[in-house]
Ligand binder design. Structure first.
Ligand code: ADP
Ligand code: MG
Ligand code: ZN
Length: 526
């Protein structure tokens, strides 16, 4: 099992930080310089004089630092304007996301000629909310909108607004809108709007409330003919204050979801257009393999592959580069094994258990690689599977998923007995327990079929039998997994033996070893 790297766009924050650091460094540098010069010239300076000088310098530094902060904010805004002017980014920089693009096309037309819409008495949304998982292109879409319309782009992140001191964030909002209105038609982009627009009941904060109120009042302050559009983005739409979503505010909401297979293909095509891709590479296959990748993940994949090809001084980016990049991204880089012989055997059996269960219970998931080499994220070994894309998740599927997770532990128990269990299965077991818990308390898939224990608990309180049901469910599934592996010991052992030799196996090779030995009557898959 694996998680995806969550690379959030923290560019603006970093930019802000860099500016502050630079200004501070300049201030301190100047101060130290003048201190040395000073003490050389007046070699008989008394301690008191030096002290006063240092105190004064400290005072000046504080003032500089404070104005540096404001300046950094101002500069960040200013920098974004410049960026927009030089920006070549437009709708052609965005692959996939068709519905979002269609919605933004209308806004582009409006930005280019706001009066036309005013003449018809049509009211454009003042605010647009883009929501969806990280890396799906929300920032890119906002920039592309400004680029297409040829208007300045003012960007700030919600977390930049939220300061420790009450009123600072609100002041910044007003400052931002003042600048934007001076620019005329423009796009104001507020990233991570959840940082200032959280539901107020969640965690009250005066500063955040004031900042949010300032934003709302600025938004109601400009009229529809002005040609200003505020685009906000969030990964967590569900936590937003409903006040933000009312008419006249962010009343157009656009979901920016993870790309499907065809969309992944077009994103891969876009990001390989400027790269010397070998003719033998089949991007269609790569698109199949990258279920769950965001646009940013795909861009990163292409870039990693290009780096590998460059390091080899190769003429083209080959399939092998793409596969190596893929593995590096989803599993982390293989490291040399530090395990001794006995440990390697345990890890091999554990991973073989996962692989066998996966092959039997979810044959639609393609095994990509089985390894007993430690990878990133502290894993001692791993199974890499490409899950089939699905919209609906059924009970059978979830049960099978739990069995596959528990199969590592189950294989250890079958091979070495209960006394020899290791800690290696801890995250598998935690994940299995989470799935089981949601089946019991939210999905009505264990015990009483039509009751959501979570909802019941919210409404009436005092639900206490949930944990018992989770245990019963997990216990039953663990037994089932033990039986399944027991009936297929040969396959587990054969794969484990090969793994101890080879340390890492290509998915197709592992599947070959298993398929020759697995009991023919397969359980039906979900
Ligand atoms: P978000 O703001 O949703 O977290 P970003 O807009 O910052 O995502 O996306 C990061 C990068 O990923 C983009 O600069 C782009 O290179 C790539 N990317 C994401 N989605 C797409 C897409 N639909 N088409 C092309 N590139 C994309
Ligand atoms: Mg972003
Ligand atoms: Zn495991």
């Amino acid at each position: 099992m694996y998680d995806h790297v969550d690379k959030r766009g923290v560019f603006m924050k970093r930019w802000h930080g860099v500016l502050t650091a630079l200004t501070l460094a300049a201030a301190l540098g100047g101060m130290l310089l003048s201190l040395t010069v000073d003490s050389a010239a007046q070699s008989r300076a008394t301690l008191a004089q030096v002290f006063i000088f240092i105190a004064l310098a400290g005072f000046i530094a504080t003032v500089l630092l404070r104005s540096a902060r404001d300046r950094a904010a101002a500069l960040a805004t200013h920098g974004a304007v410049e960026e927009a002017v030089r920006q070549t980014c437009d709708f052609s920089s965005v692959a996939a996301n068709e519905p979002a693009l269609r919605s933004l096309t209308e806004l582009r037309d409006y930005l280019m000629d706001p009066r036309k819409y005013a003449r018809y008495g049509a009211r454009m949304p003042k605010g647009v909310l883009l929501y969806g998982p990280p890396g799906t292109g929300k920032t890119l879409l906002a920039r592309a909108l400004a680029g297409e319309a040829g208007v300045p782009f003012f960007a700030l992140s919600g977390s930049d607004f939220v300061e420790k001191y009450v009123g600072v964030g609100a002041g910044r909002v007003r400052e931002l809108f003042k600048k934007a209105r001076k620019a005329g038609r423009c796009v104001i982009f507020i990233d991570e709007i959840d940082a200032l627009g959280k539901r107020r009941d969640e965690a009250a904060s005066d500063e955040r409330d004031q900042t949010l109120n300032a934003l709302l009042s600025e938004m109601s302050g400009f009229y529809s003919g002005e040609g200003i559009i505020v685009v906000a983005a969030t990964n967590r739409a569900e936590t937003l204050d409903p006040a933000l979503l009312r008419p006249g505010r962010f009343d157009r909401q656009i979901e920016v979801g993870l790309p499907g297979r065809a969309e992944r293909l077009s994103i891969l095509r876009l990001h390989s257009a400027n790269k010397p891709l070998s003719g033998a590479v089949r991007l269609e296959a790569l698109a199949m393999q990258t279920v769950g990748f965001s646009g940013a993940g795909l861009e990163n994949l292409m870039n990693e592959a290009a780096l590998l090809a460059a390091n080899r001084d190769a003429e083209h980016i080959e399939e092998a580069d793409l596969q190596a990049a893929y593995l590096k991204i989803v599993a982390g880089e293989d490291r040399a094994s530090a395990a001794n012989e006995a440990e390697s055997r345990i890890i091999a059996i554990h991973e073989a258990g996962h692989a066998v269960a996966s092959r039997l219970l979810s044959p639609e998931n393609r095994l990509t690689r089985v390894s007993i080499l430690p990878a990133g994220r502290g894993a001692a070994g791993y199974n890499l599977c490409v899950p089939r894309e699905r919209v609906m998740v059924g009970r059978r599927h979830l049960e099978n998923q739990i069995c596959v997770l528990l199969a590592g532990r189950a294989a250890e128990q079958l091979a070495f007995g209960e006394d020899a269990l290791t800690a290696g299965a801890s995250s598998d077991i935690a994940r299995a327990t989470e799935i089981a818990a949601s089946m019991v308390s939210e999905l009505g898939m264990a015990g009483e079929p039509a009751v959501s224990l979570a909802a019941l608990n919210r409404a009436v309180g005092g639900v206490t039998d949930a944990s018992q049901s989770v245990r019963t469910l997990l216990d039953g599934l663990y037994r089932r997994t033990l039986e399944l592996l027991d009936a297929n010991r040969d396959a587990v052992m054969a794969l484990a033996d090969t793994l101890i030799e080879a340390e890492a196996l290509d998915g197709a090779v592992a599947e070959g070893i298993l398929d020759a030995r697995l009991s023919t009557e397969r359980r039906e898959s979900a």
